[in-house]
Design a protein around this ligand. Sequence first.
Ligand SMILES: CNc1ncnc2c1ncn2[C@@H]1O[C@H](COP(=O)(O)O)[C@@H](O)[C@H]1O
Ligand SMILES: [Zn+2]
Length: 351
Amino acid sequence: MAGEGALQFYRELPKVELHAHLNGSISTATMKKLMARKPHLDIHNDMTMINKGQKRTLEECFQMFKIIHQITDTAEDILLVTKDVIKEFAADGVKYLELRSTPRDTPAGLTKRAYVETVLEGIKQCKEEGLDIDVGFLLAIDRRGGPTAAKETVKLAEDFFCSSNELVLGLDLSGDPTVGHGKDFMEPLDKARQSGLKLALHLSEIPSQADETELLLALPPDRIGHGTFLTTSAHVVEIVKKQRIPLELCITSNIKGQTVSTYHEHHFGFWYNLHHPFVLCTDDKGVFATDLSVEYEIAAKTFNLTPHHIWDLSYQAIDYSFASADVKANLKEKWMLLKPDVFKPYTLKAS
Ligand SMILES: CNc1ncnc2c1ncn2[C@@H]1O[C@H](COP(=O)(O)O)[C@@H](O)[C@H]1O
Ligand SMILES: [Zn+2]
């Protein structure tokens, strides 16, 4: 089961999640509810989740998303998924979450606009229920859709940016990295930026994308997703370092999707040693059968980090969010209030 074995410390640690794809974050429990609604699809758990010790190619991961999209094609499904995912992150100690999702027109009649409205409704309902988590939303551009769909998504993001009362914060560029070229997205992304939307872009998730990455870095993005192969170009590393663009690192995702061979080889080590800003994230906690506490535990064990190092990572992540200055200040206050309890077992041991 996801999260099994994670020590209490990582659960209790207040955390910030900045890279979570909605449809990749669906838990087994929610999947069961969805499958019960659509038995005719005959979809089983192993078609939507990569269990412990298993791996798939990135291509196979993208096949899984196509299957998941068949199960989440009505407003009811999207509302259920949004609320369940938020509640699960909250239960894992995430205090601030930036969800991202690709607006879809579905065969069941959902429009892109209604899709976004439904996600925002889910976020609002969770707030009304008093969950101890702040949630923002990024509209995702799927590379597969090309520039036309990207422009449409930017337009939607601009509309909701004005009307959603600070729920919509920016845009994500994601999807199969082997499809299309970043140059097709420069114009819409630049326009979004000029409208005040933040940009979180998947960059160099696979090798040989240095040219595309260099081009997109000129925007520049506010955060970089994965950046697994940034280090293959010294020039690209220099740009990222100089501009101190925070990276969203998703260790289990990279291992299970086989873009990184072993935990120790993960680029976490490279950027940590440089004191470069980054944030640990889950990417797709459902598909990769993980949660954020587990990701912190893996990082600590692999790179020999003390609880104080881990605390600093989760605290610094607040600053890399797209939240307003007020929200950031509130979160920092919350962290400081929680700190004595989180470290209690250690102080007891020492005394
Ligand atoms: C594994 N690494 C990854 N790299 C790139 N894009 C990814 C991804 N994981 C997920 N997505 C993107 O998120 C979509 C599913 O959530 P939403 O339907 O948008 O909520 C996928 O279809 C893909 O476009
Ligand atoms: Zn991602």
